[in-house]
Design a protein around this ligand. Structure first.
Ligand SMILES: *Cc1c(COP(=O)(O)O)cnc(C)c1O
Length: 858
């Protein structure tokens, strides 16, 4: 066994006492590394090796010494030290997949909302504690270095965060999988608040470099756009189609290691960056206009420049379609190349590859794989189609009509002429099948067509995704049922066996172990450390519920987390909040269907109650939410929350209420807020939130949910028990029924005096004296169609919040409910979700990675 101490040239400088300490530590590496020494002691896990690695990277990778190093230099030195320790596992993992020719899983997603990687990687390697000590000895604070890392914000919200949780679970379970996406130069915008309004700033997350990624220009892939298609005779007397593109860009892959938690598996997230193509350079530069050529070169590189900042909304912009095709074409080329290296033909493609589409953003992959198989590899249509359908699975994420992708046929024709031909042919064959099943039903044929007719024709991406996949899943039980019953009903009639549910989950490594170390330590003390990868073990906490000491320690942890968050709120917002008050949290993208406005209306009601002299339980309302830059109503709601906060926080006579809108909601901020939450607001209009995952993170950290029967709330309530969940509001079916009845918000106002007072106060300009009509657009929508049933649900919501107050007053009972939430949400681990995908859709099994036989390094 290579001993890090023997290899350390500084060893002779140790004092005898140090030597004794080190000799002890030498025999106490983490259990899972025992017998698996790194082939090179340079990457050993011993504290001496760790300290040496950090010092070396600071010196040789950053060219700094202790006086000149900035905190960011130190963060990078630490990150590179951690990355070095992933490399053997990483190369060995990839080599094992190749050698054993295992079936691969590919997760195609336009978004990966990763957040920070340092703590996750240190914990995966089990060197977090060692580095905390080692850095402490150098007078450095690990937590401070952690704060230097910018969030990788390559996503909008739940969909992108789900992809990130899945990467963590896939690696931890040991599944041979890859993530494929776009390396946006600018991730989700930074939100700053000016005078209560959201202002967007570019997110320059790569400005100082990214120590986790490795650029692989040798694996660059050309991607074509535009031009026309041509039929040319082939050798067999038939013809083949050639796509004469007019434009080409190059996709350069950047690989990021995704480490399994304390396992040997290290998978790859491959993100594509756009570069101008070489042929492009050649032509334009030869044409003589150098400056113009450079400008044009820039134009092709904009493809991977910026993430579209819309959550659950499709803007139909050409650049967005370019982004989608760009990363899909690169990824399919990569997948096919990897397969081709070891297989003589494509007859086993679907047997060896599972490709999951995270929503329809990558759905063009179905046409792209068909194009590659037919045009480049000359497969007959039927053979190509069989492999394609066998490989693809499609995950639907929304029922909202404004979020369903539809691309104008004219745009498709101009940008992807060959793909449009293929889509037409898929459609022709598919509609034949529909007509055979329903010869008399032309309406059905029109409804199911991949092409939406109308004054402008559109390609329906969801229909392409369903027709080209062997599996279609929703992300919570209710959502999957609504997909079958409403959104894709005709498809369910035709192919019921394709439809299934995969309720979302979150990784417990990030959302408990890393973000709430005190609670994680308490859980470990009670049920042992295995809960981190075996979620079923959380249940064993229930055995300790009658132990008052355990309950008090849960309370103490929550209290400490609230004190810590209160400090942040005081520092950043200059608002003093009382850690004894209820911390009531609503953190998620700002969207009307998520109903932050309902929450705000209720705060106004509480304010009025206080004015009337009613006693209310002190509460701190904490918001975090970005609005899409073009979503006017959502931005006005942000301003309204700030206007309410200004009045409520500034009222000297009443001190029980506080409203804190924390700017720039993102993964690293969620990690601070969630451990401190008492109440989790999951109050979407029923039938509109596909699943939610914030709901799971908050329950896992002991917050009690105030929620509607929507998305995964329903399953969370079933799991934790209805007595440990605050339910209110219309059901999905009732919401649909009200729509039919042309419900108006005014009706609800007339029936509820408290609501009337709230609306009148806002209408009077009380919250916007400088411009009384400021919030009129909000009121107009509420009092009219009340599309999101905010006024329809107000009374039930308000009554439910009174129950919350009463329940909080019974401290012991509340703590018990909180503990039961923690103990019973195990099934919302993304490990469970990913295992279900692997078993039901992908046909993947874990692969053991043996580090024992060291690979040749040359
Ligand atoms: C979990 C998470 C989300 C999703 O939250 P929902 O409440 O499910 O919408 C969005 N953004 C961030 C930063 C998250 O961590």
């Amino acid at each position: 066994m290579a001993n890090p101490i023997d290899a350390d040239p500084n060893r002779q400088r140790e004092t005898p006492a140090q030597r004794d300490g080190n000799a002890q530590q030498r025999d106490t590496p983490a259990a899972f590394f025992r017998g698996n020494p790194a082939p090179d002691a340079r990457t050993g896990m011993h504290p001496i090796a760790l300290r040496r690695a950090f010092a070396d990277h600071l010196h040789y990778s950053r060219a700094r010494e202790s006086m000149s190093a900035t905190p960011f230099d130190r963060y990078v030195a630490l990150a590179l030290s951690a990355r070095d320790r992933l490399v053997d596992r990483w190369t060995k993992t990839q080599h094992t997949y190749y050698e054993q020719d295992v079936k691969r899983g590919y997760y195609l997603s336009a978004e990966f909302l990763l957040g920070r990687a340092l703590v996750a990687n240190l914990q995966a390697l089990d060197i977090y504690d060692s580095y905390k000590t080692v850095l402490g000895e150098l007078g450095l604070d690990l937590d401070e270095l952690v704060e230097q890392e910018p969030d990788a914000g390559l996503g909008n919200g739940g969909l992108g965060r789900l992809a990130a949780c899945f990467l963590d679970s896939m690696a931890t379970i040991g599944l041979p999988t890859y993530g494929y996406g776009i390396r946006y130069e600018f991730g989700i915008f930074e939100q700053v608040i000016r005078d209560g309004y959201q202002v967007e700033r570019a997110d320059e997350w790569l400005r100082f470099g990214n120590p986790w990624e490795i650029e692989r220009p040798e694996h660059a892939v050309p991607v074509s756009f535009g031009g026309y298609t041509e039929r040319v005779p082939d050798k067999r007397g038939g013809f083949r189609v050639v796509w004469r593109h007019s434009e080409q860009v190059i996709g350069v892959p950047f690989d990021t290691p995704i480490a399994g938690y304390q396992s040997n598996t290290v998978n790859t997230l491959r993100l594509w960056s756009a570069r101008a193509g070489e042929e492009f350079d050649f032509e334009l530069f030869n044409a003589g206009d150098y400056v113009h050529a450079v400008h044009e070169k820039n134009q092709s590189e904009v493809i991977s420049k910026v993430l579209y900042p819309n959550d659950n909304f499709d803007k139909g912009k050409e650049l967005r379609l370019r982004q989608e095709y760009f990363f899909v074409a690169c990824s399919i080329a990569d997948i096919v190349n990897r397969y081709n290296r070891v297989h003589p033909d494509f007859s086993r493609f679907a047997e060896k590859n599972a490709i999951q589409l995270n929503d329809t953003h990558p759905a063009i992959a179905i046409a792209e794989l068909m194009r590659v198989l037919i045009d480049d590899h000359l497969l007959p249509w039927e053979d190509a189609w069989k492999q394609t359908v066998g490989a693809f699975g499609y995950t639907n994420h929304t029922l909202l009509p404004e979020a369903l992708e539809r691309w104008p046929v004219a745009l498709f024709e101009r940008l992807l002429p060959r793909h449009l031909e293929i889509i037409y042919e898929i459609n022709r064959r598919f509609l034949r099948e529909v007509m055979d099943a329903h010869p008399q039903d032309q309406d059905r044929v029109a409804r199911m067509s991949l092409i939406e007719e109308g004054h402008e024709r559109h390609v329906r991406m969801a229909h392409l995704a369903v027709v080209g996949s062997h599996s279609v899943n929703g992300v919570a039980k209710l959502h999957s049922e609504l997909v079958k019953r409403d959104l894709l009903r005709d498809f369910y009639d035709l192919w019921p066996e394709r439809f299934n549910n995969k309720t979302n989950g979150v990784t417990f490594r990030r959302w408990l172990l890393a973000c709430n170390p005190a609670l994680a330590a308490l859980v470990t003390e009670k049920v042992g450390p295995k809960w981190v990868t075996e979620f079923e073990r959380l249940r064993e906490l229930e055995r300790h519920l009658d132990d008052p000491e355990f309950i008090e320690r849960i309370a103490a942890v929550k209290r400490a987390n609230k004190v810590a968050l209160a400090k942040v709120i005081a520092q950043e917002l200059d608002i003093n909040v009382d850690p004894s008050s209820i911390f009531d949290v609503q953190i998620k993208r700002l969207h009307e269907y998520k109903r932050q406005l309902l929450n705000a209306l209720h705060i106004v009601a509480l304010y009025l109650r206080q004015k009337r002299g009613e006693q209310i339980t002190p509460r701190t309302f904490i918001f975090g939410a970005k609005a899409a830059p073009g979503y006017r109503q959502a931005k006005l709601i942000i301003k309204f929350i700030h206007a309410v906060a200004y009045v409520v926080n500034g009222d000297r006579r009443h001190t029980g209420l506080r409203v804190a809108f924390m700017p720039n909601y993102r993964v690293s901020l969620a990690e601070r807020i969630i451990p401190a939450a008492d109440v989790s607001e999951q109050i979407s209009t029923a039938g509109m939130e596909a699943s939610g995952t914030g709901n799971m993170k908050l329950a896992l950290n002991g917050a009690l949910t105030v929620g509607t029967l929507d998305g995964a709330n329903i399953e969370i309530r079933d799991a934790v028990g209805p007595e440990n969940f605050f339910l209110f509001g219309l059901t999905a079916d009732e919401v649909i029924a009200r729509r039919g009845e042309h419900f108006e918000g005014r009706t609800a106002v007339a029936a509820d005096p408290e609501l009337r007072e709230v609306i009148e106060l806002i209408s009077s300009g009380f919250f916007s004296p400088e411009y009384r009509e400021l919030f009129q657009p909000l009121l107009d929508r509420l009092l009219g169609r009340d599309e999101y049933m905010m006024l329809a649900d107000f009374k039930a919501y308000s009554a439910c919040q009174r129950e919350v107050e009463a329940a909080y007053a019974d401290r012991q009972s509340w703590l018990r409910k909180s503990a039961l939430n923690i103990a019973r949400v195990g099934e919302f681990s993304s490990d469970r979700t990913v295992r279900e995908y692997a078993r039901d859709i992908w046909g993947l099994t874990p692969v053991e990675i043996d580090l024992g036989a060291a690979m040749s390094l040359v």
